[in-house]
Write a protein that binds this ligand. Structure first.
Ligand SMILES: *Cc1c(COP(=O)(O)O)cnc(C)c1O
Length: 232
């Protein structure tokens, strides 16, 4: 019944491989995150059976419930805006938090990670196009913010994440992906203690191939795998 999910996954993987090849990159550098938000557990199970092990959710409650319901070898990625009062539930459950963009949240993550005696991997979310409606740091504020993160010894900054503008034409987002890549290169060159820039989480169903051509190491694809989302 959910055969189309395995087919869609094959198609997405093939497109990822083609985009990597076009840009002279090793496909092994690129991780597909299957964005399963709003989708029911049987659909995730189908993706799991087709070999998918990385899932992205944007709500803490939903991530935790699905984690309980599905096999233990899945890496759960928290890709949505995170409120400080939800940190306690998500720390230790999410393999990577893609959406760190403020100091209050960093302090909450540090506090909870200390309590659980773990380290927490995060990406810094960048609002690359300066859209009012979006979360994330302004590009010009990212380096300073990264420097401030060095005092949180339980937080491991692993790179940058962005949600590019919605567009029918993915070429319009190429410049933004290029800017994110350049920002990561510039920050890495500063050699800030404990701040890694190895992961670039960028590209969604409409533009992940362009994102890969510009250096994405993680692409977050929902609709292209599970179909359109219906919000009730
Ligand atoms: C929903 C979502 C995605 C996936 O979007 P699609 O267009 O369905 O691929 C990727 N990233 C974030 C942060 C999201 O919230």
């Amino acid at each position: 019944m959910e055969d189309y999910i395995a087919e869609n996954l094959n198609t997405v993987h093939a497109r990822i491989a083609a985009a990597a090849k076009r840009s002279g990159r090793d496909v092994g550098e690129i991780t597909l995150i299957a964005v399963s938000k709003t989708k029911p557990v049987p659909m995730l199970q189908a993706a799991y059976e087709a070999g998918e092990r990385f899932f992205g959710e944007n709500r803490v409650q939903e991530l935790c419930a699905k984690k309980e319901a599905l096999p233990g070898d899945i890496a759960w990625h928290m890709i949505g805006h995170l409120q400080t009062n939800k940190v306690r539930q998500v720390i230790g459950r999410a393999a990577l938090i893609h959406s760190l963009d403020n100091e209050k949240l960093a302090a909450a993550i540090q506090h909870e990670a200390e309590k659980q005696d773990i380290y927490c991997k995060v990406l810094l979310e960048v609002n690359i196009a300066g859209e009012e409606s979006k979360y994330g740091l302004a590009p010009g504020a990212v380096e300073q913010f990264a420097r401030e993160m060095t005092r949180f010894d339980r937080i491991r900054v692993c790179g940058l994440m962005t949600v590019a503008p919605f567009t029918e034409n993915p070429e319009q987002n190429r410049k933004y992906f290029r800017q994110i890549k350049q920002l990561a290169v510039d920050i890495r060159a500063k050699n800030i203690d404990n701040i890694g820039m190895g992961i670039l989480s960028m590209g969604m169903t409409g533009d992940y191939e362009v994102a890969i051509e510009e250096g994405a190491t993680m692409v977050r694809v929902g609709t292209g795998i599970f179909g359109e989302r219906v919000y009730h």
